[in-house]
Write a protein of this length. Structure first.
Length: 153
């Protein structure tokens, strides 16, 4: 389950059903329950820059951030695995540079962040290979053409 926090000005540009599909395929691939919850917040470069500076010490906008926060809501029994924040401006410029649609870029960034929330990283070559391969498999399953998009951070 995804809780969407999308400003009105961006809503018409985002197919949330495709993001739900990406989440379901990711959960299945990771042997997680698709009922586990994440929050997806869409923001602009200024918003993500503040978060990037506060949490990573980098005073610049980035495309996506993920914040792991694994807990079970005692009232509902639902597991919450974390928050994902995507810069719509950064995603749009990257999509244009790379020749993909904005939706395809958003799906890739979202799957990338879901993998981070599940313990995957790409700091070392072996980690990069594993995460990149898994991300590409999930994107292929949802007919998203983006491949090999992960780099060392």
């Amino acid at each position: 389950m995804i809780e969407f926090l999308i400003p009105r000005k961006y809503r018409a540009n985002i197919d949330t059903e495709r993001l739900l599909l990406a989440y379901e395929k990711s959960a299945r691939k990771l042997d997680r329950h698709s009922e586990d919850s994440v929050t997806l917040k869409i923001t602009d470069n200024a918003g993500i820059r503040k978060l990037n500076k506060a949490y990573r010490g980098m005073d610049e906008p980035t495309d996506v951030l993920s914040f792991e926060n694994d807990f079970v809501d005692l009232e509902t029994g639902r597991r919450f695995i974390g928050d994902i924040v995507i810069s719509m401006e950064k995603a749009s410029s990257q999509a244009e540079e790379r020749g993909f649609s904005l939706q395809q870029e958003l799906e890739m960034l979202f799957v990338h962040a879901v993998l981070h929330l599940n313990g995957y990283d790409h700091m070392e070559a072996a980690e990069l290979e594993e995460m990149s391969s898994l991300q590409d498999e999930i994107l292929k399953e949802i007919s998203n053409p983006v491949r090999g998009s992960i780099s060392h951070d």
